[in-house]
Design a binder for this molecule. Structure first.
Ligand code: FAD
Length: 510
C-alpha cells in the first residue's frame, strides 16, 4: 500500500465499521491517512469462533483494498506486522508521531469498551480529535433511553411503531400514521412448525479463501473456539457479496421467513433466515437499504410475499435491532454486571463440543460450532433456555455467546443474552424469563422424536431434562417470579403439586 511520509489527518476505521457509503469517503484527498488494524486486543478479549476471527480479518482486508482502489491512502496493520503494538492506544500514538498528524478522527464505536478506550486515548493526545457518527443506525445511541423516559417498561413494540412511522415503512399512503393493512404486528401468525415436505432453499455459494488467515491465527497462537472444516469462509466479506446475499434472501427465503422463523430442525442450519447479521453488524449493509429493498419486493410482487413474512422481517431490523442497541447504551456499564437470580453455575463442557444426548441441544451447538451461527430460536429457546434453567453464571453465558457467533459484538450480544435470554436484568428487555419445558421444543421442532430422552416424562431416567429443570426453576425462584402476572399459570400449576412431587422434581433437576 502506498503511504506518504506525512499526513494532516489520521482516520481510524474499526473492524466493524466497514461502511463504504460513509460520507468520509465522498472526497479523495492525499492529506488523510485511513488506518485499519488487526490487533491482539481484539482477538483476545474473548475466545472467538475461528470463522468469526477469519471473517472479520478477511472483510477488513477487502475493505482496505477497496478504499485504496478508490484512491484513498490506507495503512493496514496485519496481526504479525513488526510495527503493530497490538493495541489501539500505542499504535495510534506511534502513528501520530510518525506521520506528524495534526488531527485524529474516529467513528463512534458501538461497544462501551472501545468507546471508553477511545475517550481515554483522545484525552491523552496532544493533537485535535474528532468523533464522527457511523451513519449506520436508524436511531441515536440515546434514543431508547429518551423514548422510554418516565415509563415503567421498555416495550419494544411502541419503539418499533415509532420507527415505522418515522421512516414510512409499511405505512398507508393516504394516512401516514396508520400501518398498511391496519395491523402493526403479525407475530402471532408466525409460529409454524416446519412441514416435513417443505423444500429448503440452497444456500448462496460464497467461497472466500481464508487459508492465510487461518495460518496467521495459528502462527500467532490465537486461541479460538469452533470448527473450520475447510480453508473457505462462506460468510460475505465485502459489500458486493453482502448485496448478493440480500438478493438471494429476498428471492428464495423471504416468502417463508416469518412463518418458520421459530422452527427448529436438524434438516438445515439457515432455513428461511437471512444470514445477514454479519454484513449488517460490520456495516457492509445499512439497515435502511435492507428494509427498503424488502419492502420494495413486497410492493412489486404481492403474490410472492405476504405481509406476515415481510412485517416479521422488517420488525427484526428496525424494531429489535435498534431497540437492543438503545438498551445497551441506556444501561451500560452496569448492565454487564446484572445477575438477577444470582446464578453461579458453570456452562456444561459440552457447549464447546456438542456432545450431549439431548438432540435439540446437540443440533443447536453443532450448528454453532460448525458455522458460527444458530438462528434466533435456537439461541433463545435451546442453549439460552438450558443455561438459564441450569442456573449458569451470566458472565459465562455472555462469554460463550460473544465468542461463538459470527455476528457477536457486545452491543447486540449483551442485551440479547444477559437480558432477553438470561433475564439477568430482572425484566428490562423481557417481561418474563424465556424458559420452556420440552413441550415447546417438541411443538416447534422435529428433534424430540429422534432424541434419547422422552419429552413427555419428567421423573424417570429418560425423562427430558428440560422438564424437571423447568419446574425446578419456578419452584426455586418463587419469591422473585410468583407475582409476575405473565407467569401466574406456572404457579397455579405448582400450587396443585404435592410436596412429594415438588421434592421429586427438584431431586431430578439436581
Ligand atoms: P434473521 O432471522 O434473518 O433476522 C434478520 C435480522 O434481524 C438479523 O440479521 C438481525 O440483524 C436482526 N435481528 C433479529 N433479531 C434480533 C435481536 N433480537 N436483536 C438484534 N437484532 C436482531 N444478534 C446479533 O446480531 N449479534 C449477537 O451477538 C446476537 N446474540 C444473540 C444472543 C441471544 C441469546 C439471542 C437470543 C439472540 C441474539 N442475537 C444476536 C439476535 C438474533 O438471534 C440474530 O441477530 C440472528 O439470529 C442473526 O441471524 P440472521 O441474520 O439470519 O437473522
Amino acid at each position: 500500500m502506498f503511504v506518504k511520509k506525512t499526513y494532516k489527518t489520521l482516520r481510524l476505521i474499526l473492524g466493524d465499521q466497514l461502511n463504504s457509503q460513509h460520507s468520509w469517503y465522498s472526497e479523495i484527498g492525499d492529506s488523510v491517512l485511513y488506518l485499519i488494524m488487526e490487533m491482539k486486543q481484539e482477538t483476545d478479549y474473548v475466545k472467538h469462533h475461528i470463522q468469526k476471527a477469519a471473517a472479520f480479518f478477511l472483510s477488513m482486508r477487502a475493505f482496505a483494498n477497496q478504499l485504496e482502489a478508490a484512491g484513498h491512502h490506507v495503512l493496514y496493520y496485519k496481526l504479525d506486522d513488526e510495527k503493530n503494538k497490538q493495541n489501539l492506544h500505542e499504535n495510534i500514538k506511534q502513528l501520530i508521531l510518525q506521520f506528524k498528524i495534526q488531527t485524529f478522527e474516529y467513528q463512534l464505536p458501538d461497544e462501551y469498551r472501545l468507546d471508553q478506550q477511545l475517550k481515554e486515548l483522545c484525552d491523552d493526545l496532544s493533537v485535535e480529535t474528532c468523533a464522527a457518527d457511523t451513519e449506520h443506525f436508524l436511531s441515536n445511541r440515546d434514543e431508547v433511553e429518551i423514548f422510554f423516559e418516565g415509563k415503567k417498561t421498555y416495550l419494544m413494540e411502541s419503539f418499533y411503531r415509532m420507527m415505522r412511522k418515522r421512516y414510512s415503512i409499511l405505512m398507508e399512503d393516504q394516512n401516514p400514521n396508520e400501518p398498511l393493512t391496519g395491523k402493526w404486528n403479525y407475530d402471532h401468525s408466525n409460529r409454524k412448525k416446519l412441514p416435513a415436505k417443505i423444500a429448503i432453499p440452497e444456500k448462496l455459494n460464497l467461497q472466500n479463501d481464508a487459508s492465510d488467515i487461518f495460518n496467521l491465527l495459528k502462527k500467532e497462537q490465537i486461541e479460538t473456539i469452533g470448527r473450520n472444516h475447510t480453508n473457505t469462509i462462506y460468510w460475505p466479506i465485502n459489500r458486493e457479496q453482502s448485496l448478493a446475499l440480500l438478493d438471494d434472501f429476498i428471492e428464495h427465503r423471504l416468502s417463508n421467513f416469518g412463518a418458520y422463523q421459530d422452527a427448529m430442525t436438524d434438516r438445515d442450519w439457515l432455513l428461511f433466515h437471512s444470514g445477514l447479521s454479519f454484513s449488517l453488524n460490520t456495516k457492509m449493509l445499512s439497515p435502511l437499504e435492507v428494509v427498503k429493498k424488502v419492502e420494495a419486493a413486497f410492493h412489486q410482487n404481492p403474490e410472492q410475499y405476504s405481509i406476515e413474512q415481510v412485517e416479521g422481517f422488517i420488525r427484526q431490523i428496525i424494531g429489535w435491532r435498534e431497540y437492543i442497541r438503545g438498551i445497551y447504551w441506556a444501561k451500560m456499564p452496569d448492565y454487564s454486571l446484572l445477575n438477577y437470580f444470582e446464578h453461579k453455575e458453570k456452562l456444561p463442557s459440552w457447549f464447546w463440543t456438542g456432545e450431549t444426548k439431548m438432540k435439540c441441544l446437540s443440533v443447536a451447538i453443532n450448528h454453532s460450532l460448525d458455522h458460527a451461527y444458530a438462528h434466533h430460536i435456537q439461541r433463545l429457546m435451546l442453549t439460552g433456555n438450558f443455561a438459564l434453567l441450569l442456573g449458569c453464571d451470566p458472565d459465562e453465558v455472555d462469554a460463550w455467546y460473544l465468542g461463538i457467533y459470527i455476528d457477536a459484538i457486545e452491543w447486540v450480544e449483551l442485551p440479547n443474552t444477559r437480558g432477553m435470554s438470561q433475564f439477568a436484568d430482572g425484566g428490562i428487555v423481557g417481561t418474563k424469563p424465556y424458559v420452556s419445558s420440552a413441550n415447546y421444543i417438541q411443538k416447534m421442532g422435529d428433534h424430540c422424536k429422534k432424541c434419547y430422552y422422552n419429552y413427555k416424562d419428567k421423573f424417570v431416567e429418560k425423562g427430558c431434562p428440560f422438564n424437571s429443570l423447568y419446574w425446578n426453576f419456578y419452584i426455586k425462584n418463587e419469591s422473585k417470579l410468583s407475582k409476575n402476572p405473565r407467569i401466574g399459570f406456572a404457579y397455579r400449576h405448582i400450587n396443585k403439586m404435592t410436596d412429594d412431587e415438588k421434592a421429586a422434581l427438584q431431586e431430578k433437576a439436581a
